[in-house]
Design a protein around this ligand. Structure first.
Ligand SMILES: Cc1cc2nc3c(=O)[nH]c(=O)nc-3n(C[C@H](O)[C@H](O)[C@H](O)COP(=O)(O)OP(=O)(O)OC[C@H]3O[C@@H](n4cnc5c(N)ncnc54)[C@H](O)[C@@H]3O)c2cc1C
Length: 338
């Protein structure tokens, strides 16, 4: 297997910062992983799996081993009149998979179109958008244990999915290389139009006549109007998660800002819109050097050119400090900082 030394990672993340890694290896199959394990490479510290790099910020050169996930291929493992179990290898590109399934009329992932990552990363933070999370369609996944060299199957419960979270981001962080994910897609789709702008678009339509393709096209229009295309403007999507706070705190903020969007959760908790909080602190469209907040969506930090990872991290800390000062709410990063 080819090991590249002192390898430039700039094209391998959507924030496009100029950093190098000590070693870089393309993983194209489970056999590659077995070979790397047998030769002791997987003991390298630090070591990191990279998908499309659309949720990662490198703040410095990486002094270890990057495993670039490029295991391609997919197969139907079960098909009935109602559903399809589709096993997809982790190096497949997520947006292409969604488009292909939507084109075939299979339902379940149409709301998750245009999320620019690879399939293997989708369960890591349980990607979500427009009322749907990928956990809703994951039947199981197969992962290579980099500490024992064995393959393990995880069912949905074992993945311990949460809001932008899973067991692979918490208890088992860094241990498993996801090699494939099996999705349960529906041939008789039940659409999720709970997101308000979607409801509005389809308000005069009979839900039974709306197709998954129409939903996906509507979402693409909404996304393209407010999210920057990372191929044109470097970014990593939402930089922060939407904070979930005690209801008392949300009520206190709403007294002063009655227009604040909020979403009731279980257990006397309330989810707030991080983008709204950031916007209220005056950050929307602000730029310092080559780092800025996107002018159409305050949750997105943008690299306008040659910003370094440290510049972006520093800028994000200033944003967080001002949100804490104004609202008493601490934002948690969604982007993984290395
Ligand atoms: C414009 C834009 C819009 C976005 N919109 C959304 C959105 O609507 N919803 C959403 O949830 N996210 C969104 N994202 C974030 C991001 O696209 C997703 O989190 C995506 O799943 C990351 O995939 P990736 O392949 O780029 O992963 P990376 O960024 O390469 O990696 C992310 C994490 O997963 C790990 N990882 C990657 N592959 C594997 C593997 N095979 N096995 C084990 N670990 C692995 C990495 O080590 C890292 O910890 C957006 C990003 C951008 C740039």
């Amino acid at each position: 297997m080819l090991i590249s030394e002192n390898f430039c990672l700039k094209p391998f993340t959507t924030l496009g910062v100029e950093v190098r890694t000590r070693q870089f290896i393309v993983v194209a199959s489970v056999s590659d992983l077995k070979e790397l394990f047998a030769e002791g490479f997987l003991k390298t510290k630090p070591r990191l799996i990279l998908g499309r790099g659309s949720n990662i910020l490198f703040t410095d050169h990486f002094g270890g081993l990057i495993l670039s996930c490029q295991i391609r291929g997919k197969e139907v493992v079960e098909e009935t009149d109602d559903h399809l179990l589709l096993k997809v290898n982790s190096g497949e590109y997520w947006p292409s998979l969604v488009d292909e399934m939507v084109e075939k009329g299979y339902g379940g992932i149409e709301n998750l179109c245009l999320i620019p990552g690879k399939v293997g990363a989708a369960p890591i933070q349980n990607i979500g958008a427009y009322g749907v999370e990928v956990k809703d369609v994951i039947e199981s996944l197969e992962a290579f244990d980099m500490t024992t060299g064995e393959l393990k199957t995880f069912n949905r419960e074992e993945c311990a999915f949460g809001y932008r979270s899973s067991v692979f981001k918490t208890r088992e962080k860094g241990r498993y290389f996801i090699v494939s994910v099996t999705f349960r897609l529906s041939k008789k789709p039940k659409l999720n139009l709970s997101y308000a702008p979607l409801k509005e678009i389809f308000k005069n339509r009979n839900e039974k006549e709306i197709t998954v393709k129409e939903v996906s096209e509507a979402i693409k229009k909404i996304r393209n109007a407010k999210l920057p295309d990372p191929d044109k403007l470097k970014n990593a999507g939402s930089f922060f998660k939407n904070p979930v706070v005690p209801k008392e705190l949300a009520d206190k903020i709403r007294k002063k800002y009655p227009e604040m969007p909020y979403y009731l959760q279980n257990g006397n908790k309330v989810k707030l819109a991080a983008g709204w909080l950031i916007e209220q602190c005056g950050w929307k469209g602000k730029r310092e050097g080559d780092v800025g907040v996107y002018d159409k969506q305050a949750l997105i930090l943008v690299n306008y050119g040659e910003a370094s990872g440290k510049d972006i991290l520093q800028f994000s800390r200033k944003i967080n400090a001002s949100v804490i000062r104004k609202f008493g709410v601490k934002l948690e990063r969604e982007v993984i900082v290395i």
